[in-house]
Design a protein around this ligand. Structure first.
Ligand SMILES: Cc1cc2nc3c(=O)[nH]c(=O)nc-3n(C[C@H](O)[C@H](O)[C@H](O)COP(=O)(O)OP(=O)(O)OC[C@H]3O[C@@H](n4cnc5c(N)ncnc54)[C@H](O)[C@@H]3O)c2cc1C
Length: 356
């Protein structure tokens, strides 16, 4: 697909979260289970801004059916159309099958732009779709804008270890594809921009059923969410541990503090690379971007790639034995000392003991 002029509309892949339990019912409704991932609404917000510059429509693309409340939500975020894709439900959450269907739909309907969250699903699905369509994909964009003269999507992302911001364009092929991590963009409803603006019109719903051309080799009987499925981006409090913990058991202490503060455990890539904790906990450029109310960094040096993922926290507390650690430049409160002395004292103080 090489002629940009024949391609129109901005598509946003609307991701559903996994829901625990056996598949509900049969048919395409099985795909209608978990709630919509917040990043999908963040992307609709961006799409709504882009569509005004491009003069194109905004399409929310779902797998499965869409309920009335969800239609209204899509309208609030500026969607003009909801495209419901269906396929053999036995292939539910199979990235290959979803990519086959999304690719076929894009070939037939010709969007100019296709956006998805840089979630576990989005990161797996979008490269497969891009390969099928023979187009480019820019992962983990931090800014999306439009070159109005050329009608091109300007896709900005950190490059060379985060030292520069590169703006990437895809001039020759369509759709222009990008992923964006959760919380990078704010949710902004299209409705209510002006106090007097009327309620948004319900987007029209278009249904399309595609053969995947794939053979079913497995069926989802039950979805069991384990600890590692914890989405750290949604917590108001994150207590993160780094290489300074010195051993994997250090995360037990970090976890203890997180529990007392009603939060979750995060980690630096240093700790993840050592196999001390799962990659789902990693904060930073190649991990999650988080904006909690409180971020406590224990034994984390504050490398720029780590800070890129947590500098949006409202309050940052750093515990590090090196007074010159870069993390202190970003911390609202810094405690210089051995985390194995300090963290138990903080826990003791939270338990009502004397805070010394
Ligand atoms: C392309 C690229 C992408 C990357 N993406 C990420 C990313 O997403 N996230 C990420 O985190 N990193 C990322 N990194 C790696 C990053 O550059 C750092 O190597 C990493 O963040 C270091 O982890 P750390 O702070 O845990 O370890 P270190 O840098 O080794 O720091 C350990 C700190 O612990 C302190 N310490 C030691 N013992 C104690 C103690 N007992 N009490 C208190 N303090 C103690 C030390 O003073 C030190 O400051 C990336 C790197 C590259 C090149």
């Amino acid at each position: 697909v090489t002629d940009g002029r024949t391609h129109r509309n901005i598509w946003v892949f609307m991701e559903r979260r996994l829901a625990q339990g056996p598949p509900a019912g049969v048919g395409p409704n099985r795909l209608q289970r978990g709630p919509i991932h917040a990043v999908s609404f963040e992307l609709l917000s961006v799409g709504n801004r882009l569509k005004r510059s491009l003069g194109e429509g905004l399409v929310a693309v779902f797998f499965g059916e869409v309920g009335g409340r969800e239609r209204a939500e899509c309208a609030e975020f500026g969607a003009d159309e909801i495209l419901c894709l269906s396929m053999d439900p036995a292939l539910e959450r199979s990235c290959e099958a979803m990519a086959a269907v999304l690719g076929r739909a894009a070939e037939e309907r010709g969007p100019s732009i296709l956006l998805a969250g840089a979630t576990m699903l989005g990161r797996s699905l979008m490269p497969l779709v891009a390969v099928r369509l023979g187009t480019g994909l820019t992962a983990d964009c931090t800014e999306l804008a439009v070159d109005e003269e050329k009608g091109l999507l300007l896709q900005t992302r950190p490059a060379f270890g985060g030292n520069i911001l590169a703006t990437i364009v895809c001039p020759g092929t369509r759709p222009q594809m990008a992923t964006v991590r959760p919380h990078v963009f704010k949710m902004e409803k299209a409705a209510g921009e002006e106090a007097s603006s009327p309620a948004p019109a319900e987007p029209r719903v278009v249904k399309a059923d595609y053969e995947t051309g794939l053979i079913r080799i497995a069926e989802v009987l039950e979805t069991v969410l384990e600890g590692e499925e914890t989405d750290i981006t949604e917590s108001d409090v994150i207590v993160a541990g780094g290489r300074g913990l010195g051993k994997p058991e250090g995360f037990e202490l970090v976890g203890e503090l997180a529990r007392r503060l009603g939060g979750v455990v995060g980690a630096s890539r240093g700790a993840v690379d050592l196999g001390w904790i799962g990659a789902a906990r990693q904060v930073g450029q190649t991990g999650h971007t988080v904006n909690p109310k409180l971020y406590v960094a224990c034994g984390i040096s504050g490398a720029i790639q780590h800070v890129a993922g947590m500098k949006g926290a409202e309050l940052i507390v750093a515990i590090n034995q090196d007074p010159d650690a870069p993390i202190f430049q970003f911390a609202d409160y810094g405690i210089v000392g051995d985390l194995y002395e300090i963290v138990p004292r903080v826990i003791g103080a939270l338990d009502g003991g004397a805070a010394d």
